[in-house]
Design a binder for this molecule. Structure first.
Ligand code: NGO
Length: 542
């Protein structure tokens, strides 16, 4: 039975599995073969034999024993579980890319399991937690077991990364002469942090729905589970609000540099939410306020203290705009916006920005944030804000997103507020990699791949203990990034590095090992057609 294999007698184990057990327990083969003498088992370090990113908690592989995809491969799912059936179909579609017309059929699981099957099984494994999984690959079959469908999804992503990179490329085909296979393996895995996110700034430069969907697929590859969308800023308002239509009709027209902007209809937004949810990614909408609001101030004169609409803005200065915090209409406006976006968003979060307000007193700012927190909570959502909000009276349920070097949310943390770490000097993916990078900014310094990888959230700040950290998030601000190609070039490979910071236990992480693994992962990014920077720090495989 799956999951019980270590308890079996070794006399009945097939050779590939026996070898796995020996590798897993660190016992070398010579010591086992020795008879009649006192045996000192040698402990052999397990070399990095795979290129899975983020690194699993434990992974033991036997590259010489392989599960081969054939036209007879099937996918087995439990009866009566629609969510897992859809996941089975996702895997079938994925393998179908390479198997041509013969995508593996999704069938109800049998007992005993069918040889040649890839089974997705829900079973109680308390030690795996809500997102963990066990993946067992033998030459006969593949089994993924988890407590929840999300764990199965992560097991599928790991299985995917154990198949050759060519599987990512539509034109590749199963070919009897060069069969597609995965190494025999026993992997047990679960994430370190619950929040593993990235943020797209679709306000400075608009990204089409298809561009966002492509980014969602990249996030899924790395088991990221939160996509924060920065939906409004001085340069553009990107989401249709039916009660305030001019926000998009007028405020959505522009973007940085004066090129045409754009916006998502509510149907577009729903589509992104659904696409993300199929990949177990929660969308976190952000409407930045009270600053970064020029697009709204240009669209509705009454939101300005002087009642005069501002001109549209296409530069990249920050800090000059603010909603009029003393007017009631401002809060009616915010209530409508939170209500409409909240209703479109099944996830529990609403991000109110709150960053870089330079035109208000500290008191006015605090009163504003506290009042908005009440609005967000009345609409049933958890408020998130950039770390400036930590200086106000936050509920313990609200969440602070740390980005500035000088951020000190110690008081809020002491009262129970949780933190997401997005330190600009580590994980702002809009920072240049090095002085030669043409795209990006450098106000927080250069962020090499090693810089993004080689830090530990738990020791990031003495004021923030690990239990207060929800997780990490890598923002991609888009002042200099005009489209998804630019975004990919800045995100890849650093997004992979941040994903591992969020997922893998500190004990499994080492820069020297990661850079080799990342180098081997490069061909997968190439097969995906991704635009990525071949940084010199990484030994890229051709
Ligand atoms: C800051 C600023 C953004 C910029 C970004 C550029 C935050 C939270 N506010 O981060 O408006 O786009 O830097 O790196």
């Amino acid at each position: 039975m799956i999951g019980h294999w270590p308890a079996r007698s070794s006399a009945r184990l097939p050779r590939w599995l026996l070898t796995l057990v020996l590798v897993a327990t660190g016992v070398s083969f010579t010591s086992c073969a020795t008879r009649g003498r006192p045996v000192q088992p040698e402990v052999t370090p397990v070399a990095p034999t795979h290129e899975v990113i983020p690194a699993p908690v434990s992974a033991h592989l036997l590259p010489n024993d392989r599960f081969v995809l054939t036209p007879d491969t099937t996918i087995a799912v439990p009866a009566g579980n629609d969510r897992v059936a859809r996941l089975g179909q996702y895997l079938s579609d994925f393998i179908g890319l390479i198997a041509g017309p013969a995508a593996p059929p999704v069938e109800t699981a049998t007992n005993p399991p069918k040889p040649g099957s890839i089974s997705l099984e829900i079973a109680s494994r308390p030690s795996l937690g809500p997102e963990g999984y066990e993946l067992t690959i033998s030459p006969e079959r593949v089994s993924i077991v988890a407590n929840e469908p999300v764990g199965l999804f992560y097991g599928v992503q790991t299985f995917r990364q154990l198949l050759p990179p060519a599987v990512e490329y539509e034109a590749a085909r199963v070919d009897e002469a060069r069969p597609i296979s995965a190494p025999a393996a026993q992997i047990v895995d679960q994430p370190r942090f619950a929040w593993r996110g990235s943020m797209l700034d679709v306000a400075r430069h608009f990204l089409s729905v298809d561009e966002v969907l492509r980014y969602i697929d990249l996030m899924a590859l790395y088991k990221l589970n939160r996509l924060h969308l920065h939906l409004s800023d001085d340069q553009g308002w990107r989401i249709e609000i039916t009660s305030w239509p001019n926000l998009t009709v007028h405020g959505g027209r522009t973007e940085v540099g004066g090129t045409p902007g754009g916006f998502y209809t509510q149907a577009d937004y729903r589509r992104m939410v659904e696409y993300a949810a199929e990949r177990f990614i929660t969308i976190v909408p952000e409407i930045d306020m009270p600053g970064h609001t020029n697009a709204a101030l240009a669209s509705y004169a009454e939101l300005n203290c002087d009642g005069v609409a501002r001109p549209l803005y296409t530069g990249i200065e920050v800090g000059f705009s603010s909603l009029c915090v003393g007017k009631d209409v401002t809060y009616r406006f915010i209530d409508d916006v939170v209500r409409e976006i909240g209703a479109l968003t099944p996830g529990p979060y609403f991000h109110v920005g709150g960053d870089e307000v330079k035109t208000l007193t500290a008191d006015d700012y605090a009163r504003f944030i506290e009042r908005v927190q009440g609005i967000v909570q009345r609409h049933g959502k958890v408020m998130l804000g950039w770390d400036e909000v930590a200086a106000t009276s936050l509920s313990p349920t609200s969440v602070v997103q740390v980005w500035r070097p000088e951020a000190n949310p110690a008081d809020a943390v002491a009262k129970g507020t949780k933190v997401i770490l997005s330190p600009a000097s580590r994980v702002y993916l809009d920072m240049k990699y090095d002085p030669e990078t043409a795209l990006g900014l450098n106000w927080a310094g250069y962020v090499a791949v090693r810089t993004a990888y080689d830090w530990d959230p738990a020791s990031f700040s003495a004021a923030i203990r690990e239990s207060a950290i929800l997780g990490v998030e890598a923002p991609v601000w888009s002042e200099t990034l005009a489209n998804i190609r630019d975004v990919e070039y800045m995100a890849l490979p650093r997004l992979a590095a941040v994903a591992e910071v969020g997922w893998s236990p500190a004990s499994q992480r080492s820069w020297e090992e990661f850079r080799v693994r990342l180098g081997r992962h490069g061909p997968r990014l190439t097969a995906l057609g991704a635009s990525f920077k071949r940084v010199a720090e990484v030994p890229w495989q051709p």
